[in-house]
Design a protein around this ligand. Structure first.
Ligand code: AMP
Ligand code: MG
Length: 440
């Protein structure tokens, strides 16, 4: 089914994503990643706990393991210290009532004692032969206090990590804590990237009249690497049928995704869409979005082709809002909605309803008005500087007819879209933006 016949009816982003996602099958080839290389990879299948963690009751504090019942709440209690249980060096014998064992954090609690008292709460004999506990301290100590129970973190047999997650450092650490040395992950997505345009030249050369330096590949390749893709840089393709056709054909045979920028609108030199149609199918073209209306999605054999427009802002925005969920699905990750926060507009904006629109935005916190999103002084889709200034996007829904200062708007932080960066530019934002304020 093709969505590009009636050229004047634009698809909404939601329709376009639903259509494209239905056509995309997740990769299923897997490989084994030693833990040292597993960060950022997509876990192929659910992983279950092999062990109870912790594997044994142990102490949460440096102190003394003892029997609560030995402590008097009327007078000081003196207990002999009969041995020690250091982390990695358990005390081998049962401990009889009336005695204590010195224990360090992580040391296994010996058989018998039912509480650990912190060393700071005891008087300790100079030779460490005994400890004494004041009645007031004894009265407060509870059964099981400062003892971490076997399995209280993870129980053997329970699900540790679910297949389809992109592994984060803490996920890898959880596997390590189970003694798992390698994880089965989906192989890397192979993505080829090309820019098209006769006017484009690489930085470093002298520009002829009418030319500009190429910049889109730097955005796309960086974003793809952050997704963990294996990227092939096809460079700059001239606006020439033969060149584009050959490059697309060759790349499609050896890649999972072909990502191009430029050459997808209706100018005479906009050849990418026609060439994809010649080699495969164009499944959708022209979305009700701004910037980035001429975006295309198609397939050449098993290779997905995503044609982004040429304007630098359109490239980044359409990558994040359209290409990224498609890539994630192909990578074996279930796409999730981007993080969005309801905040107040710190700007006025007039527009015609009909397209979903993203404005380059910055978040700040005002003590009286709460979290505020400001927007860049120009909305031109050629202004790359706006993306450098911004730390996220304000999303205006299709039906929005304009924004007045103070109106609620959705702010999507770049960090929630996989673009690294210090969202909380001001330290105080972290504390002041309470969770309540953020989820309007
Ligand atoms: P196009 O979509 O090919 O019509 O390009 C739209 C605008 O984006 C034109 O002004 C192009 O010069 C510019 N443009 C296209 N590709 C790039 C690129 N790779 N780097 C920088 N600007 C580009
Ligand atoms: Mg062009």
């Amino acid at each position: 089914m093709s969505h590009c016949d009636s050229s004047d009816r634009l698809l909404t982003l939601r329709q376009a994503l639903a259509t494209a996602l239905k056509l995309i099958h997740p990769l299923c080839e897997t490989e084994t990643a030693p833990l040292a290389t597993a960060d950022g990879r997509v876990l192929a299948a659910d992983v279950f706990a092999r062990l109870d963690s912790p594997p044994h009751d142990n102490s949460a504090m440096d102190g003394f393991a003892l029997y609560l019942a030995d402590l008097s709440v009327h007078q000081p209690t003196r207990l002999p210290v009969i041995g020690q249980a250091l982390a990695g060096h358990p005390y081998a014998n049962p401990v009889p009532p009336g005695a204590a064992v010195r224990i360090t954090t992580g040391g296994w609690t010996p058989t018998g004692p039912d509480a650990v008292i912190m060393q700071e709460q005891c008087q300790i004999a100079p030779d460490q032969g005994w400890i004494e506990i004041e009645p007031a301290v004894a009265a407060k100590l509870k059964l099981g206090e400062n003892i971490r129970r076997r399995g209280e973190d993870v129980l053997a047999g329970t699900m540790l990590l679910s297949g389809g997650v992109r592994l984060r450092p803490q996920d890898v650490a959880l596997a390590a804590g189970q003694g798992i040395a390698a994880l089965e992950v989906i192989r890397r997505l192979r993505v080829a990237v090309a820019s098209t345009g006769d006017e484009l030249y690489e930085p470093g050369v002298e520009l002829p009249p009418g030319a500009i330096y190429e910049s889109n590949r730097h955005v796309l390749i960086g974003l793809l690497r952050r997704l963990g893709c294996a990227v092939t840089d096809l460079g700059i393709l001239r606006d020439d049928r033969g060149i584009i056709l050959a490059a697309l054909r060759e790349a499609a045979a050896t890649h999972d995704v072909l990502l191009t920028s430029g050459g997808v609108s209706v100018g005479t030199a906009d050849l990418v869409k026609d060439m994809v149609a010649e080699l495969g199918t164009v499944d959708l073209w022209r979305l009700a979005i701004k910037p980035g209306k001429p975006v295309t999605f198609g397939r050449i054999g098993d290779c997905l082709t995503i044609g982004l427009p040429g304007n630098p802002v359109s490239v980044m925005v359409t990558f994040l809002m359209f290409a990224r969920p498609l890539l994630l699905k192909r990578m074996g990750v279930e796409p999730v909605e981007p993080v969005r926060w309801r905040v107040s507009a710190d700007f006025a904006f007039r527009r015609k309803p009909g397209r979903r629109e993203w404005l380059r935005a910055r978040l700040r916190f005002d003590p009286e008005r709460g979290p505020l999103a400001g927007v860049y002084h120009t909305h031109s889709s050629g202004a790359l500087s706006s993306l450098v200034w911004a730390d996220g996007l304000v999303e205006l829904p299709e039906e929005c007819a304009g924004v007045a200062p103070g109106d609620p708007v959705d702010y999507l932080p770049f960090s929630g879209l996989g673009v690294d960066g210090d969202l909380m530019k001001a330290d105080e934002l972290d504390q002041e933006l309470g969770i309540d304020a953020l989820h309007g």
